[in-house]
Design a protein around this ligand. Structure first.
Ligand SMILES: Nc1nc2c(c(=O)[nH]1)N[C@H]1C(S)=C(S)[C@@H](COP(=O)(O)O)O[C@H]1N2
Ligand SMILES: [Mo]
Length: 418
């Protein structure tokens, strides 16, 4: 069924129109960019203009009915997915910005591929370069992929487990599924001359340096093992059939199927390919599990996403007293497809199956619904519990880790019937 969504041949005929839109958009951007040429200073020629102190960190509108804003990040309200199709529209897709969305001039933008894992070991100054047009001209693929922040659900460590964790207190809205179109990273690495000696591949964003507690950690970057980089990773330039929106990585982002969101570097400017292992703060001090159950240097760097379910309802929803409520939601797993979803409306005492609907893409989610009959007036907790194709089921609690990553326990969604 998901072939309809992910199979390039099936999808291709619908593409011609979108491609026209994309290329006219590119032309328009090129014109706009030349009008503004000369403004770019300090930050180098790639930025359409230098960041200003009063620039909002996120470019797109963040209407309160769609988003909960957490500083430079915006969480999708789950009720905004009710009645939507399989994909998360770009207008409500969550945004996780370490700093701020940069405005990139696609005319001067280049992807620079460099390092000791390439033939001739080029340094960054002698990198193999690809322009936007170069990438658009290469054979494209389209993949349905969930992007989810590793800390999605973090607020539930505190709400449900009484544990203090640090980081953005997301409920469950730091996840979305889109159709990403672009060039396989493998293809670009091969063209750049990757050798057998390459072990790690590190894409880096063009957003400003990330400063944590006064310490400048440089630009957002995180290594991928070469096995994953050559497997199913995309250099995406389209999201849901349109050029990437600025907040989601325009002109090009990395999309790493089934892996934690931090792997999917936005606004990629260069990719280091190395014959020795690479490190960055994003695979050493962040995106590992820390705490009493882990070694001092933390767990191994996190890779796959965990298992989650969400109701398409406001948190603390007030539902009118009716004979029946049609509850809807979605479940997803970094291990693959969802096999089963069960719902409990009595706090977890009894469970009944939800009905799964629509596509089940390997790296996407599944939609489901459940008829809640004769709900009594008063406060309730709604629970949804998914099982994936590996047999993994959402547990009652998630083991504590100080940074609040990979929450996978069943969420207890509060609602009041009035
Ligand atoms: N360059 C860059 N890439 C980035 C980030 C960032 O701040 N800068 N945030 C990462 C994190 S932590 C997540 S969860 C995803 C979020 O992607 P989205 O904002 O398109 O939803 O982007 C990742 N890629
Ligand atoms: Mo993230």
């Amino acid at each position: 069924m998901d072939d309809d969504l992910t199979n390039e041949a099936t999808y291709e005929h619908a593409r011609s129109r979108d491609r026209l839109i994309a290329s006219s958009l590119t032309r328009r951007r090129l014109l706009q960019a030349s009008a503004g040429a000369g403004l770019a200073m300090g930050a180098g020629p790639v930025l359409a203009r230098p960041a200003r102190a009063d620039d909002p960190p996120i470019v797109k509108p963040l209407p309160p009915e769609l988003f909960i804003v957490h500083g430079s990040n915006a969480e999708m309200r789950w009720e905004a997915m009710r009645g939507q199709g399989y994909f998360t529209p770009a207008d409500r897709f969550f945004v996780r910005n370490h700093v701020a969305t940069p405005r990139i001039d696609v005319r001067t933008w280049r992807l620079k591929v460099w390092g000791t894992g390439l033939r001739g070991s080029p340094a960054l100054e002698n990198a193999v370069e690809f322009s936007y047009e170069d990438l658009l001209a290469l054979p494209a693929v389209t993949r349905t992929v969930t992007i989810e922040c590793t800390g999605n659900g973090r607020a539930l460590f505190t709400r449900q487990q009484g544990q203090q964790v640090s980081g953005t207190p997301w409920l469950l809205g730091a996840a979305g599924v889109a159709r990403w179109r672009g060039v396989p990273l493998a293809h670009v690495l091969e063209r750049a001359g990757i050798t057998e000696r390459a072990v790690d591949v590190m894409p880096r964003g063009l957003d400003a340096d990330y400063v944590d507690g006064g310490e400048n950690l440089g630009r957002v970057r995180r290594p991928l093992p070469v096995e994953k980089a050559l497997d199913d990773v995309l250099l995406a330039y389209e999201m849901n059939g349109r050029p990437l929106p600025p907040d989601h990585g325009f002109p090009v982002r990395v999309v790493v199927p089934s892996w934690v969101g931090i792997a999917s570097i936005k606004w990629v400017g260069d990719i280091q390919v190395s014959d020795t292992p690479l490190f960055s703060p994003w695979n050493t001090r962040y995106y590992r599990l820390f705490g009493p159950d882990h070694p001092p240097e933390g767990s191994a760097p996190l890779t796959r996403l965990s298992l989650k379910s969400a109701f398409e309802l406001p948190w603390d929803a007030r539902l009118p007293h009716r004979r029946e409520h049609r509850l809807t939601g979605r479940s997803w797993s970094g291990n693959g497809r969802i096999r089963r979803v069960e719902v409990s409306t009595d706090g977890g005492a009894t469970w009944r199956p939800a009905v799964l609907r629509g596509p089940r893409a390997e790296h996407g989610w599944v939609q489901w619904e459940y008829r809640w009959r004769r709900p009594r007036p008063g406060a309730h907790e709604l629970l949804a519990r998914a099982t994936d194709e590996t047999g993994a089921t959402q547990p009652d609690t998630t083991p504590f880790n100080t940074l609040g990553y990979l929450f996978d326990a069943v969420a207890r969604h509060p609602v009041t019937v009035v």
